[in-house]
Design a protein around this ligand. Sequence first.
Ligand SMILES: Nc1ncnc2c1ncn2[C@@H]1O[C@H](COP(=O)(O)OP(=O)(O)OP(=O)(O)O)[C@@H](O)[C@H]1O
Ligand SMILES: [Mg+2]
Length: 451
Amino acid sequence: MSGDTLIASKEGLDNIKQARESKGWTVEDDRWLKEASKILNPAWQKEQNDQEVEYEKGISGGTWRRFLYRTNPINAKAFKAYCKVLALDWRKVVYNENAHNQVIIQENIEQVLRERANISKEKLFGIEKYLTQLQGYLQDAEGSWLISIVGVGGVGKTSIAEKLVREYAVNAGFYKIAWVTAKTTCFQIASSSQISYGSRLNVDSLIYDIAEQLEVNLPSTIKDHFFTLKSVLNTDRYLIVIDNLETLEDHASVLKKFNPYSQVDNLRPSKIIFTSRTKIQKLTTEVRELEINGISLLATLELIRYKGSHIKRIREASDSDLNPIFNVSNGIPLTVLLLINLIALDDSPLHEIFQALYQQKELYDFLYAEFLSSISENAWLVLRAMTALDSNTPLERHLLQETAGLDDQEFKSAIRECLEYSLLQSINSLTGEPRYLIHNLLYEFIRNFEI
Ligand SMILES: Nc1ncnc2c1ncn2[C@@H]1O[C@H](COP(=O)(O)OP(=O)(O)OP(=O)(O)O)[C@@H](O)[C@H]1O
Ligand SMILES: [Mg+2]
């Protein structure tokens, strides 16, 4: 909207037409102009030698017709005065470029999410605290430009990222988004199996894909692609999501390009969100990392009741009957959903259903096989020490080290490795001795498939 001029919106024009008709004056009737003049200047009087009427400044047959037919913007004072004569609230009929643009940006974002995010718009439980935190990161225009959402498979990273972008990107001032996913498998709950699609991306094709979505023209030489993309990202507020970064063939090199360790190479005012099962090892002030842990007991119970409402056994169960599902799943939604599916298909008691879950090799492969086959021998010793115990309980650091049989240095780097892949969780404070915990499902899987 330039300066002090306004124009009606298309919908506003309908209201104007209706209001004019119900007033009953013709378009040419000079009462429109007289009334508008009086509104702008209550002292205005038509004197009147009657031949040449002098209306208040801005009021004229010309502005009146432009107002009525929406041919051009007119001065704001006259626009408001004409609205008042018509008994219309000018705010409701005016074309608001800002609001209009925001609607268009939101529509574009939703289209990208529909086409790219590969996510069913399911109701999500227990994610408010994560969303609030992430929303803060997104809105902080001067702050970190790299947001990393990490956590074990199926914990809801992609779902949260999608909701975040859908609901808060426009408000945070982003003008266009790109969503790329490196992942080529997903786990289908109904069939308890992995399905594969597409082919894995490498960094070059990822950058090409992002540029295409953001409508950035790239030069012909591949080595200049990133530089060109980056210079565009520095000019306006773009938001990029790289979903499941860890499955990208050469994912370490993404961090070399989108480099959070460089003082000069930032992407501001744009931002980039990674979702990943792997943590970024060295955090800097340019990076905000949020670990998503399972949802709370309360949220898990809500999810079970919502998704299991068609199952009589679940409908009739008390909260304490359902508690073991939370314990076994650690509140990880994918596991909860799989258990609901098993309960629907199999009328065995819950503890037998759990055993059936622990036997699911496909799930094990989907969630853990890749990490477990790539970790070091020492990290394995730590995990075996955790799973050698007959029950899965938090273990003090010194006990774990003793059982794993590693020296201080070896133990430290093995622990770091396990934490990086969320294979272990650390329960620690700044002063006390840390304790370590392993998810129940992983505990059972390692005992079933690896020992
Ligand atoms: N908070 C939640 N409430 C209900 N369902 C959820 C929630 N979070 C995730 N889900 C469901 O759990 C499944 C896994 O979620 P999602 O794909 O977002 O996990 P992820 O962490 O991205 O997993 P991966 O590491 O495999 O990419 C999906 O079916 C999703 O709809
Ligand atoms: Mg995901």
